[in-house]
Write a protein that binds this ligand. Structure first.
Ligand SMILES: *Cc1c(COP(=O)(O)O)cnc(C)c1O
Length: 360
């Protein structure tokens, strides 16, 4: 097999090697069933056991109470941009959005076709390089939506937005930082995340949603677009993304064996702190996120000179550091260092950056 290299991809992203090895075995035979994971009926006992353990472990890791449903859906986070307002935003109500990046803009745009929207805060004025301190909510919003980690701009909320109006519940697009730190699920009505950054492969989306909200959701929608369809059928109304759910289960086990969400937080803080500390004192590279807003998942940085940025990315690529080119809307570099990214890869990158800086 080819040597594995340091993969800083923003998503799909690096997965733990032990998980991939276990998945490889089970592709041919899930346990001793003689049938591979992708070949099992979703209604058969072996896969039902996988789905049940994934649900149970997800609940255990994040402390998800019984009055929340856990759904494994398809369509990515992008379909959630639409499903949330379709289910929960009546035409005569308003939904409030915290607009802190491109994904938040996209979520907002989808809500506009269901009802009225209000921008409670935005960092558009500075190309989304910070998390606003305060929000101004509308009078009676149906819900408040925010993006906990802005994958493209490398900024992250340290905690949930405060003082949500009583009329509203909190909705979070947590695609790029889900389960990277402990979470108080009770503060939320709905949390969603495409799996391909922190939870597994692309093709499965985790949704954690309060059951009373599901029951009260819009019934005038195509069956597949109603949360109730999936909640009432334990994500098995139609064929679920079986391999994605299986891999997510392996990731949940991996997280548990690494100290759970608290363990992930320690690991992630240690990794990001090293990079930010280096950027702070570097005379060549600087962080693009404002102090206090920097993400622990996506560390964005520039030299201030596009040619130098390109030279750095090219030299890094040649040394086995992949995926460091920043998103086109920010330029420069981005190191995506989700849960599974190994601490040794950070040390290797730092050494490479120091050498590059010394030679510049
Ligand atoms: C990647 C990403 C998305 C898009 O996810 P898809 O699964 O491709 O639809 C949405 N929101 C955030 C914060 C992301 O990082």
């Amino acid at each position: 097999m080819a040597r594995r290299i340091w993969n800083f991809s923003a998503g799909p992203a690096v997965l733990p090697e032990t998980v991939l090895e276990e998945a490889r075995e089970n592709l041919l035979s899930l346990g001793n069933t003689g049938i591979g994971i992708c070949e099992h009926s979703h209604r058969g006992k072996p896969f039902m056991a996988v789905a049940a353990e994934a649900d149970a472990l997800c609940r255990e890791l994040a402390g998800i109470p019984d009055d929340y449903a856990i759904l494994f859906l398809q369509g990515g986070a992008s379909l959630q941009f639409s499903m949330v307002p379709m289910n929960f935003l009546p035409a005569d109500r308003t939904a409030d959005y915290l607009v802190t990046g491109v994904w938040a803009e996209k979520a907002l745009a989808e809500a506009k076709s269901s009802g009225q929207t209000h921008v409670a805060c935005t960092s558009r004025d500075a190309n989304f390089n910070y998390i606003p301190e305060a929000c101004t909510f509308s009078k009676n919003p149906a819900y408040v939506h925010f993006t906990s980690n802005n994958t493209i701009f490398g900024t992250q909320f340290r905690k949930e937005p405060d003082s949500i109006p009583d009329s509203a519940f909190l909705v979070c697009d947590a695609s790029s930082d889900i389960f990277s730190r402990p979470i108080d699920v009770r503060k939320y009505g709905l949390i969603y995340a495409g799996a391909q950054k922190n939870l597994g492969p692309s093709g499965v989306t985790l949704v954690i949603v309060r059951k009373d909200l599901v029951a009260a959701g819009n019934k005038n929608l195509a069956t597949m677009l109603q949360y109730r369809t999936h909640a009432e059928n334990e994500s098995m109304y139609n064929t679920p993304p079986t391999f994605g759910i299986y891999l997510m289960l392996l990731i949940f086990r991996w997280i548990k064996s690494h100290g759970g969400l608290a363990g992930m937080e320690v690991r992630n803080q240690a990794k990001a702190a090293k990079l930010y500390a280096y950027l702070k004192q570097s005379t060549l590279f600087k962080s693009t996120a404002r102090p206090g807003s920097g993400s622990l998942m996506n560390v964005t940085f520039v030299t201030g000179n596009e040619d130098k940025d390109n030279a750095f990315v090219k030299a890094a690529e040649a040394q086995g550091f992949s995926g460091l080119k920043g998103h086109r809307s920010v330029g420069g570099m981005r190191a995506s260092i989700y849960n599974a990214f190994p601490p040794e890869g950070i040390d290797a990158l730092l050494q490479f950056m120091q050498d590059f800086e010394a030679a510049a």
